[in-house]
Design a protein around this ligand. Structure first.
Ligand SMILES: Nc1ncnc2c1ncn2[C@@H]1O[C@H](COP(=O)(O)OP(=O)(O)O)[C@@H](O)[C@H]1O
Ligand SMILES: [Mg+2]
Length: 397
């Protein structure tokens, strides 16, 4: 079983102009790959800096292995950081950049009888050599040890930065948007590399990104943040399939988010029509937000549809078409391999497990409409829909 390694307990960070972290409660297990995900300014770096010891929370506690470490300085924490700007030493070669931290004598405390002695210890030349070479192998830079930093690509420099951070054998590596400077292709390669390194070395990674795809691809656990608050913590599958609120649903992947009313366990009403769903435990007639993912909508003949609408735009995406469909003034994104031309009338069906019901929140009404995809932007005001008899008949559950 994984064991808890780090805990943030009720951490608040406040500056003169406001609260930046609002009662953060979070634990991180040993050997876990945990990602802090959220838009710019939501508090990811601040959280990471508190864990690294570069910042002290205004209130709240930080624990490492059960011990409160609020007052422990960064270099005494079993934690190392890789920044987006890797800050390598340009005048040193690859080997010396990685060896740098190992050459600094360490203070060691030893108990001798009743006395505690401190002494400086230095690693031997051989040991430094072996550890650097081992790390260069881990990051796939064997043979590069004599290269000057200036002769490396961005991806190779990032690997050096990672080797330098890992060579001290931290228990935890903090990574703040470490792939932000790399192009798309290299990012993907490095995502796989980082995941492999983390698993191979059995180290806890706390990773910061604003890129949801990156977070889903790499993490054991994703922490979604907005406005200094944790919005949801879960596995990538949890937060994709069971978003807690409209913010998470919108931030993670594409989502149609529609007003609904929970009529009973397993029955939600959208656009005055009842749909079977798997959600339970809401009040009867509770207003809710309903998420429908673009890939969970089946296009059928107009007459056979649970809802009927008009296609307003189609974009070919390689694997599927992004098809925008107007339902009574509300525009949905549907991803389908069926080509439906603009202006065609279509019906849709949604299986119960394609519908996800969420509590109303401060984010309700802000996200989840795809009107801006369409040229007929003017029509969004037209959302007060009352179904007419003809369209409403025969499609109730
Ligand atoms: N020293 C500071 N003084 C005042 N505000 C700060 C300070 N550092 C960060 N902030 C604010 O805290 C918020 C969160 O910042 P940050 O943690 O860097 O966000 P993220 O890494 O998610 O982009 C931002 O609004 C930022 O402007
Ligand atoms: Mg940041």
């Amino acid at each position: 079983m994984s064991k808890e390694l780090i805990r943030l307990s009720d951490c608040v960070m406040a500056y003169d102009d406001g609260v930046v972290l609002d009662h953060i409660n979070l634990y991180i297990n040993d050997k876990e790959f945990l990602t802090l995900l959220g838009p710019s300014g939501c508090g990811k770096t601040t959280t990471l800096r508190i864990i690294g010891g570069f910042l002290s929370p205004t209130s709240g506690d930080v624990f490492f292995d059960g011990v409160r470490i609020n007052d422990v300085p960064p270099h005494k924490r079993a934690v190392n950081t890789v920044f987006q700007k890797y800050a390598l030493f340009p005048h040193l070669n690859v080997f010396e950049n990685v060896a740098f931290g190992l050459r600094i004598p360490r203070t060691q405390t030893v108990e001798q009888g009743k006395k505690t002695l401190t002494r400086k210890v230095k690693l031997s030349k051989q040991e430094i050599h072996d550890r650097v070479m081992e790390m260069l192998e881990v990051v796939n830079l064997k043979g590069f040890e004599k290269r000057p930093i200036s002769a490396l690509s961005g991806g190779q420099q990032q690997r050096v930065a990672i080797a330098r951070a890992l060579v001290n054998r931290p228990k935890v590596l903090l990574l703040d948007e470490p792939l932000g400077a790399l192009d798309m292709r290299l990012r993907k390669d490095m995502q796989n590399e980082l995941k492999r390194i983390q698993q191979e070395m059995g180290i806890t990674f706390i990773y910061v990104t604003h890129d949801q795809e990156e977070a889903l691809a790499m993490s054991d656990t994703v922490v979604v943040m907005d406005q200094g608050k944790i919005q949801q913590i879960g596995t990538p599958e949890d937060i994709y399939n069971e978003p807690k609120n409209a913010f998470v649903a919108d931030f993670i992947g594409e989502s149609n988010i529609i007003d609904g009313i929970m009529r009973a366990d397993g029955v939600v009403e959208i656009f005055n029509r009842k749909f079977a769903c798997l959600d339970k435990g809401f009040e009867q007639d509770e207003p809710v937000d309903v998420v429908i993912r673009p890939e969970d909508v089946d296009i059928v003949d107009e007459q056979a549809g649970q809802l009927r609408g008009t296609v307003t735009s189609v974009t070919f995406k390689g694997v599927h078409y992004d098809t925008i469909v107007d339902f009574y003034g509300f525009k949905w994104l549907i991803q389908t391999t069926d080509y439906c031309p603009v202006d065609s009338r279509i019906g849709i069906k949604i299986d119960p497990d394609g519908i996800h019901v969420m509590k109303k929140s401060q984010y309700s009404g802000l996200f989840g409409d795809y009107s801006s995809y369409s040229e007929e932007y003017d029509e969004i005001g037209d959302a007060d829909f009352v179904p007419d008899e003809e369209e409403g008949s025969g499609h109730e559950e």
